[in-house]
Design a protein around this ligand. Structure first.
Ligand code: ACO
Length: 330
């Protein structure tokens, strides 16, 4: 068994300048600030400018992560972008980022696991380092879900926001880095959360557009029930994998989808909310970007310190889920 320890050695994030508040949404859909705050915890979200796409947000986060890791782009061996809102069906958004930052020695590909995407990318990327194939891997969660949101649909329109978070992975001192992980999927729930048209099953036509099939469709109640169940389970599995208990966690950085889902995960683990990183109020659900943005903010604010046990956990369309227990080292 390979004993190499792998962890996050640099972090960066970026959110677009434009803020859309719940009050702004009241003007375009049948909703209220009070309902959105009470039922989701979201106060406002960011929306990409007309000339900004997912790769632009990803590039800005990537540059900050490289600076934080004190590395040049040429030192990166692999770029993985996790996104459900790629620039195009192909080529991969990771290839666009590779060109933007001039990571001339890097391979590049995308991962599709929706809101679990960043953790799927983190765990995949870490394997390349563990095996000795690569030394430095850049993993990015980036989304412009505002482009796939029906702003007249109150069941989905208030939830999502745009943003990007990036992490550089590299070897860490022994005992630090990723200690345990869990990955899972249940394709039986694929229908619960999807963008029905624009792929090979229902290629884009005038009809699919008129029927708004190119926007996010979601069974919110069923996704909620799934999320509440799986968040606690996946963290407990990753903890077991790391030979740790919930009481060992210094900070939980959960996917920011709904404050009630976050509260329920904390309760299941017996964790006080002071140990849970929350920024959903500012950004809404930024899907694959939510965990790295929250992690970056918690590290830059000085909350997360070297030696802390950090639990990252998410769930999303697929259905998918993932978590990672990290002994922080920076
Ligand atoms: N504003 C005002 N009223 C609303 C709104 C709104 N935006 N949305 C729904 N309502 C109304 C409903 O019509 C309903 O009214 P009724 O009682 O008269 O029928 C009432 O509020 C309750 O509706 P519910 O859908 O039961 O509300 P709920 O408390 O379940 O909240 C929500 C809905 C926020 C969508 C919740 O189910 C949720 O967060 N689900 C999980 C979604 C999620 O996490 N998705 C992302 C997954 S990650 C990824 O991969 C992208």
């Amino acid at each position: 068994m390979n004993k190499k320890c792998v962890g996050i050695i640099g972090l960066g994030s970026y959110v677009p300048q434009k803020i859309m508040t719940n009050k702004d949404l009241e003007q375009i859909m049948d909703t209220s600030d009070q309902w959105i705050v009470e039922r989701t915890g979201i106060h406002e979200r960011r929306v990409a400018a007309a000339n900004e796409s997912t790769s632009d947000l990803a590039t800005k986060a990537a540059r900050k992560a490289l600076e934080d890791a004190k590395l040049s782009a040429a030192e990166i061996d692999l770029i993985i972008v996790a996104t459900a809102s790629p620039d195009m069906t192909f080529p991969a958004t990771a290839c666009v980022v590779q060109d933007n930052i001039k990571a001339i020695n890097a391979a590049a590909f995308d991962i599709s696991a929706v809101c679990s995407g960043f953790l799927y990318a983190l765990i995949t990327g870490s394997q390349f380092i563990k095996t000795g194939m690569y030394r430095k891997v850049l993993v990015i969660g980036a989304e412009t879900l505002s482009r796939f949101t029906d702003w007249s649909d109150r069941n989905t329109g208030m939830l999502f926001g745009d943003g990007a978070g990036a992490a550089v992975l590299g070897e860490t001192p022994e005992g630090y880095g990723i200690l345990g992980v869990d990955l899972g999927a249940d394709g039986g729930g694929a229908e619960l959360l999807k963008i029905p048209a624009g792929g090979s099953r229902h290629p884009a036509t005038n009809e699919t557009i008129l029927q708004k099939q190119h926007f996010i469709h979601m069974n919110g109640n069923e996704v909620f029930k799934f999320a509440v169940k799986v968040m606690g389970e996946t963290i407990l599995k990753a903890l077991k994998n790391a030979n740790l208990a919930a009481s060992d966690i210094t900070y939980l950085v959960p996917h920011q989808a709904n404050i009630r889902i976050i509260h329920s995960a904390a309760k299941r683990l017996g964790m006080p909310m002071e140990k849970v990183v929350v920024n959903i109020n500012k950004y809404g659900n930024t899907s694959a970007a939510s965990i790295p943005i929250a992690l970056d903010e918690a590290v830059k604010s000085g909350a997360i310190q070297s030696g802390d046990i950090v639990a990252l956990a998410g769930f999303g369309g697929g259905l998918t889920w993932a978590s990672s227990i990290i002994k922080w080292c920076k």
